[in-house]
Design a protein around this ligand. Structure first.
Ligand code: GRF
Length: 210
């Protein structure tokens, strides 16, 4: 059984997609043991509660400085000791010490086709604003392992989504979620839970026969 902790900051629709996929048998061998939010008002915490999953608050704002937060966050994660940490719309940078302790055991969903529209300053709605500003015709989502870099770890899966003429950032965000994020993230978790993926030479590969 893959024990996962899901980290969230907002609406929690990706968390919901994971919970629904577990309930519906699309993700197997997986249990969400906790949900961590940096935002006390995150709807994602309500979704966790409704599912009987412990929700906890870990915000940099509650600590004297970033270092103190980073240590407390890493300690809490070590205490929970999940097999996999899932960043589902989590807007806090993962401390390097946590990346080191959970090497290749943290995954993130990013709402663009990495390496486009990612890195510092590209989060949430901003990603879609920049896609529209640039006039890109195709965007999408990416699930990747988290390393010390920003949106730089090995890519697990990607899915393209068309950009339409009249899109607003909100409309595009919703389409990327519906057609890519809510599908890719549960699939990636199921693949990890069932040992279908491995990393070789810094790239994610699929086990033969899977
Ligand atoms: C998603 O688009 C995610 O990719 C991005 O922030 C959004 C979070 O949505 N980083 P939700 O909280 O899962 O509804």
């Amino acid at each position: 059984m893959l024990r996962i902790v899901v980290c969230v900051s907002g609406g929690g629709t990706n968390l919901q997609a994971i919970l629904d996929a577990i309930d519906g048998g699309k993700i197997t061998n997986t249990e969400v043991i906790a949900v961590i939010s940096n935002n006390p008002g995150a709807k994602a915490l309500d979704r966790a509660k409704a599912h009987g999953i412990p929700g906890m608050l870990m915000s940099p704002k509650s600590y004297s400085d970033r270092e103190a937060f980073n240590s407390a966050f890493t300690e809490e994660m070590c205490r929970l000791a999940p097999d996999l940490v899932v960043l589902a719309g989590f807007l806090v940078r993962i401390p390097e010490e946590m990346v080191a302790k959970f090497s290749n055991r943290i995954v993130n969903i990013h709402p663009s086709l990495i390496p486009s529209f990612c890195g510092v300053g590209y989060y949430g709605l901003k990603v879609h604003e920049k896609v529209l500003e640039r006039g890109a015709k195709v965007t999408g989502a990416t699930v990747h392992f988290v390393n010390e870099g920003m949106d730089e770890g090995p890519i697990i899966a990607q899915k393209a989504v068309e950009v339409l003429e009249d899109d607003t950032p909100e409309v595009l965000q919703r389409r990327v979620m519906e057609l890519a994020e809510w599908i890719l993230l549960p699939q990636a978790i199921d693949d990890i839970a069932n040992n279908r993926l491995f990393i070789e030479d810094g790239r994610v590969k699929r086990s033969s026969g899977a």
